[in-house]
Design a protein around this ligand. Structure first.
Ligand code: NOJ
Length: 740
């Protein structure tokens, strides 16, 4: 009999009551079934799963995105299992579904939380048409190593920017009410410190002192939890000797006791059994014990829970309370999603895939994510009058799949608009747009096609070079030790340069690249990340000045890979470098005494500056920051100070600018970074227009974990800057006094 769960009366009860009522009716195998997530992709057709579902041995499936199959799986679960508990249907909906938005790192370059929220919201509603009700996103690992392939999925290097965008994405996926059609449960991942993998090698060891963990890597997760994220995923890696999948410190102490998270924790793919591979446990049963005891509520793939949890309970090694609370956490999210009322796909109640609204959001996101890194002599925007021939050269000019980037299970390259197609459409038949691919892939070597490219460039009014990395070079397990342009792309740039034709590089990539070898060889650079379905039209609009570039770097671009990790919020050191204190390796005198080399924290062959700093990005407008001031020279703990400045557009076009506010806490109980982002705002100014930009900072926002491992602001002197990137020098100061 399937009874009260379906009755209207039952639905009216508070969720916690419904959870208790349901739990009290569940057998141990049914409880463990809820903690089991099954792969439902090819080879796991519904027939295979049907028996498991009927037996109540599966709480969730992943990797199925076909409404017919999902609805059938749900039907079996709710109609043919004893208790009729619906399924969570999970999927990696990372940066779009059918409509692919820019990769998350690109979205982060927009510094536009509202737009990022909208991207997540479009992705959620498209995915929901297939019955997916849960996404494994957002990925909010602070990422300071561009060698790491998964930096593409992140919001970059900064704690504050990542935290703000984490909230935006959770809000976009989940909405205000998870029962609304078109909303998905979100999953904050990978908890925690995954981005600090040694040498940027995916899955590699991370060693992060607790104070750094709390000040840098945890805040985005806490922000996501505070925003109501439904689920959370521990990382594959190990952290200070303990893989997060088995870390009671992370999953119980921090997540539950300190942050009061009431959603559930899903393991990463087979990461429960991998505890054994890590060398933490001897066998799968011990792994199941370690993960369940630590607080992993559901196991993704793997099977250690379904095989071993019952035995562990029988042997008295695992308390039934652990199982009950895990199942309660999972059921809570199922209830919040409204799955007991309606578990089926929402295809009839949602707009079609790739509708005009989704494409407009994808284009806006691509437009705002492109960062102009160079514009020598104002070569951009290109003028259309008098333009007869454009050379569109390179492996990424017309590569519909590659511009979508990593994690695009459900994207459709056939719907991609490439830059080549968009430029042709924008210029119309009057201009000859001559395309030479020149390289089969971004990794190809120089060949005869280079000669053709040179010949075409020589005849053209402008050469547009579409360079970078194809999709497969970033993402999970796709890390690189050398982050330069692959193959013979630099050689291609040099050969085109020699023609004397104005040269614009449009670079698509999943990470910051070392562009030192080409930066002086090209007139302009637009860095477009992997811009998604509508990347082409956005790039065309930017090249021809329909809109001004306005993206800002969410991660530092090093000069050379040996500088990594290099990020703007580094510590000062006891021997900070300055321009007059550094010596280049080529300038060392043969008999130079040791001390003549500056004796500060720099590299002899790279100095200490990156190629492009965090927050950097040029515009067709000319923004001038001036008149910075503070509302008070002194404030007390518990009060706020307002930092403001004037921003004037002295250029000839209207454009967006991302205004950034940084602080430095000069003296702390533990040393503090030389700059920390504390606010940002995207504003649009007409030519000649001036705006006052204000950032109100409460002392709570200046708090950090200090020597006592307690979150608190400390009295003392602060610097505050407002500007267009992290190098800004427009500074004021204020002081925090102890509370009365
Ligand atoms: C492994 C990845 O680390 C994780 O981010 C992803 O959600 C799962 N696989 C599922 O595909």
């Amino acid at each position: 009999m399937k009874p009260s769960i379906a009755s209207p009366l039952y639905h009216a009860e508070p969720i916690e009551q419904r959870i208790r009522a349901l739990l009290s009716r569940m057998t141990l195998p049914e409880k463990i079934g809820q903690m089991n997530q099954r792969n439902a992709s090819e080879g796991y057709a519904p027939d295979y799963l049907a028996e498991e579902l009927r037996a109540g041995r599966v709480g969730s499936v992943l990797n199925v995105a076909d409404a017919g199959i999902v609805d059938e799986l749900q039907r079996i679960a709710v109609e043919e299992s004893r208790l009729g508990i619906p399924l969570l249907v999970g999927r990696d909906v990372i940066h779009g579904f059918r409509t692919v938005m820019p990769i998350p790192l690109g979205q982060a370059a927009s510094w536009n939380p509202e737009l990022v929220r909208e991207c997540a919201s479009v992705a959620a509603r498209e995915a929901a048409t297939t019955g997916i009700n849960w996404t494994f996103a957002p990925m909010i690992d602070v990422s300071r190593d561009p060698r790491w392939g998964r930096i593409a999925e992140s919001c970059g290097e900064d704690v504050f920017l990542t935290s703000r965008l984490a909230v935006a994405m959770v809000e976009g996926f989940q909405g205000e009410d998870l029962t609304e059609p078109g909303k998905l449960a979100a999953c904050a991942k990978h908890f925690a410190g995954y981005g600090a993998a040694e040498s940027g090698r995916d899955y590699a060891t991370t060693s992060i002192p607790e104070i750094e963990l709390r000040n840098v890597y945890l805040p985005p997760f806490q922000a996501a939890v505070d925003a109501g994220v439904a689920t959370l995923m521990p990382s594959f890696s190990e952290l200070n000797g303990i893989p997060p999948t088995g870390s009671e410190f992370l999953l119980r102490q921090v997540l539950r006791d300190e942050w009061h998270f009431d959603g559930f924790v899903i393991s990463d793919w087979d990461s429960v059994r991998q505890l054994r591979t890590h060398g933490l446990t001897e066998n799968d049963a011990e792994s199941a014990l370690a993960a369940a005891a630590a607080g992993v509520d559901m196991e993704m793939a793997g099977g250690a829970y379904i095989d071993h949890l019952a035995g562990l309970i029988e042997e008295g090694r695992l308390s039934i309370d652990v199982i009950d609370s895990a199942v309660a956490n999972i059921l809570r999210i199922k209830f919040r999603l409204g799955l007991f009322e309606d578990p089926f796909s929402k295809r009839d109640r949602l707009p079609p895939l790739l509708d005009a609204d989704a494409l407009a959001t994808a284009k806006a996101a691509a437009l705002q994510s492109v960062v102009m890194l160079r514009n020598q002599g104002g070569v951009l925007p290109l003028r259309t009058d008098g333009l007869a021939m454009v050379a569109a050269i390179g492996p990424l000019a017309d590569a519909p799949y590659e511009q979508l980037g990593t994690w695009i299970f459900d994207g459709d390259p056939a719907c991609t608009v490439t830059p080549l197609r968009a430029i042709e459409a924008l210029l119309g038949p009057g201009v000859n747009v001559h395309h030479v691919r020149a390289m089969e892939t971004s990794r190809s070597k120089a060949g005869p096609a280079f000669d053709e490219a040179v010949a075409v460039a020589r005849d053209a009014d402008v050469a547009l070079l579409f360079l970078g990395e194809e999709s497969i070079l970033s993402g999970e397990a796709h890390s690189r030790a050398d982050i330069g342009l692959p193959g013979d792309q630099v050689e291609l740039v040099r050969r085109i340069r020699a023609t004397g034709t104005p040269l614009v590089a449009v670079i698509m990539a999943g990470r910051p690249l070392t562009l030192t070898g080409i930066v002086d060889e090209v007139d302009a650079i637009l860095f477009a990340w992997h811009p998604g379905t509508m990347g082409g039209p956005a790039i065309a609009d930017l090249l021809f000045g329909v809109e001004s570039p306005s993206g800002k770097l969410p991660a530092t671009f090093p000069r050379m890979v040996g500088q990594v990790p290099i990020y703007y919020s580094q510590k000062n050191t006891g021997k900070p470098p300055s321009p007059d204190m550094i010596v280049h390796i080529d300038d060392i005198d043969t008999h130079a005494p040791q001390t003549s080399l500056g004796m500060t924290a720099f590299h002899l062959d790279a100095g200490y500056r990156p190629l492009f700093p965090f927050g950097f990005g040029l515009s067709y407008a000319e923004f001038q920051y001036h008149d910075i001031r503070t509302s008070a020279a002194e404030i007390r703990l518990g009060e706020s100070v307002t930092i403001s400045a004037e921003l004037t557009n002295r250029g000839g076009v209207a454009a967006d600018e991302v205004v950034q506010c940084y602080i430095r806490d000069l003296v702390g109980s533990v040393t503090r970074p030389v700059k920390e982002l504390k606010g940002f705002r995207r504003i649009r100014l007409e030519p000649g227009e001036t705006a006052t930009v204000e950032f109100e900072l409460h002392t709570d926002e200046l708090a950090f974990f200090g020597r006592e491992m307690r979150l608190a602001a400390e009295p003392g002197e602060f610097h505050a800057w407002i500007g267009g990137d992290s190098d800004t020098e427009l500074k004021t100061t204020f002081r925090i006094l102890a509370a009365d």
